[in-house]
Design a binder for this molecule. Structure first.
Ligand code: ATP
Ligand code: MG
Length: 448
């Protein structure tokens, strides 16, 4: 119910307004500004109707105080015909509108409704804006590292232009995340971001996926298909693992980039496309181009702006930042976990993360599953803390091995009863079974 505060030292005015608004609103009436303000401070209200001349605290003073507390609440000033000038001053000072005495019920209700409608509209706009910001935030890579921050800043600056961007970095460093950030910071953000993994597709398939094909272009082309290039029109096309593509494909891609149009496989007619290209690779493309493994003309075309993302081990300050981020992200898995033990932090900071941020994410996610206390400890992060207490030059214990060992140990302690082991591990039986298969753990005698 919408709450309205009515303030007038004339009890009759209060009574009339209360009766008028009563069926639709929750009305609280006061005879002076001081009481009304105290009530507003305690309980709030969506709308305030106030007389100007009142004992103790006048209408204009009340208006000013309310604006301090919540500038968004519309305040109506009640005036007699004789003091219209005062009403105009009030509106200049931030009152939403005025209401003239004697009251015309239809007019009063219409004005109030209009105010509420505007507020709701503003409310949804603010909500929408907030959503958009959150959306951008989801694509905002976190960092405390100076070099990484510079890389991101360069990416944001490049976002404003249409230039191609080449993102280089080891596996799992966040190349795709940075590509999405660029898209979301660019004027193309309302249009699609289309990622395609060039490394996962055979050359011929890649070509028809990217450029599309006509019906009957080749065996199996039963229908005409729009390519990713066209899908990304006005948006961004993310070409992941570009370094793995072969020479014939590179030639075709270069032509598309130069001519800004694609020709579907099996068609003679080019279609204009406007897609911003972001390419990523975990190789050193510069080197590959120099060696002639990657076409240098395409390399130059793609690398107008190059972002080199440093590996996680070279930005140790990001380890606690990202670990905390992933603990929040995976909180739902194990809501009991409320932090990381001191040894846990030490362990994470010492590890060298060949799989970079993705590996850290997996470590935290798995620990959230395995941990049985309310803190993440080396036991769940790296099983028994082998690496935490070991000498620094010791080969870091790989997570997979650690998990395998842990599962084996728990299974043994349950005499191979999987249901019980799964319960202790905090995972379901299917997940356990899947992990056992993956790690080649022997099916013991069936029990659980
Ligand atoms: N700076 C960061 N802040 C928050 N999350 C990050 C950050 N960097 C990476 N991530 C997360 O780590 C995971 C791996 O990132 P992403 O997929 O972008 O890496 P990639 O470099 O594309 O990996 P690959 O080389 O394997 O394709 C994702 O879940 C991503 O959200
Ligand atoms: Mg990737």
């Amino acid at each position: 119910m919408i709450r309205v505060i009515v303030v007038d030292d004339d009890p009759l005015a209060c009574r009339i307004l209360t009766r008028m608004l009563g069926p639709d609103y929750l009305v609280d009436a006061f005879g002076n500004g001081e009481e009304a303000l105290a009530h507003f401070r305690r309980q709030g209200a969506e709308i305030i109707l106030s007389d100007v001349k009142m004992p103790r605290l006048g209408g204009m003073e009340l208006l000013a105080r309310v604006k301090e507390i919540n500038p968004e609440v519309p305040v109506f000033i009640i005036t007699g015909h004789s003091s219209l000038a005062g009403a105009v001053t009030a509106v200049k000072n931030g009152a939403y509108d005025y209401i003239a005495k004697p009251f015309d019920p239809d007019d009063v209700l219409a004005r109030i409704n209009r105010a509420l409608k505007e507020r709701r509209l503003e409310g949804t706009l603010a909500f929408y804006r907030q959503e958009q910001e959150q959306e951008q935030e989801r694509h905002a890579p976190l960092t405390r590292n100076r070099r990484m921050a510079e890389v991101l800043e360069l990416g944001r600056r490049a976002a404003r232009s249409d230039s191609s961007v080449l993102i280089q970095g080891e596996t799992g460093v966040g190349k795709e995340l940075v590509a999405r950030m660029i898209h979301h910071c660019s004027p193309r953000r309302e249009h699609p971001f289309v990622p395609i993994n060039c490394g996962a597709l055979a050359e011929g398939v890649l070509e028809s996926e990217l450029f599309g094909h006509e019906k009957g272009a080749f065996t199996g082309a039963v229908a005409r298909r729009t390519g990713y290039f066209e899908l990304a029109n006005r948006g961004t096309l993310f070409l992941d693992e570009i370094g793995t593509t072969g020479n014939p494909f590179q030639v075709k891609l270069l032509r598309v980039l130069q001519e800004r149009c694609v020709t579907r496989v099996g068609s003679g007619t080019p279609v204009a496309v406007d897609a911003r290209i972001i390419a990523a690779t975990n190789q050193n493309l510069d080197e590959e181009a120099r060696r002639g493994v990657f076409r240098s003309d395409l390399y130059y075309r793609l690398s107008v702006v190059t972002l080199q993302i440093p590996p996680l081990r070279e930005r140790p300050e990001d380890i606690p930042l990202l670990a905390g981020h992933f603990m929040r992200l995976y909180r739902h898995i194990n809501p009991r976990i409320n932090g990381m033990s001191e040894e846990g932090w030490r362990l994470l900071e010492r590890y060298d993360y060949p799989g970079n941020v993705r590996e850290l994410e997996n470590i935290v996610e798995r620990a959230m599953i395995l941990e049985t206390s309310d803190l993440l400890t080396p036991r769940s992060l790296l099983v028994e803390g082998g690496a935490a207490t070991g000498a620094p030059e010791e080969e870091p214990l790989r997570m997979e091995e650690a998990e395998r060992d842990h599962i084996l140990r728990v299974l043994r302690s349950c005499n191979g009863r999987k249901l019980e082991a799964a319960r202790i591990l905090g995972i379901n039986k299917t997940t356990l079974w899947r992990k056992m298969k993956r790690y080649g753990v022997e099916e013991g005698e069936e029990g659980g």
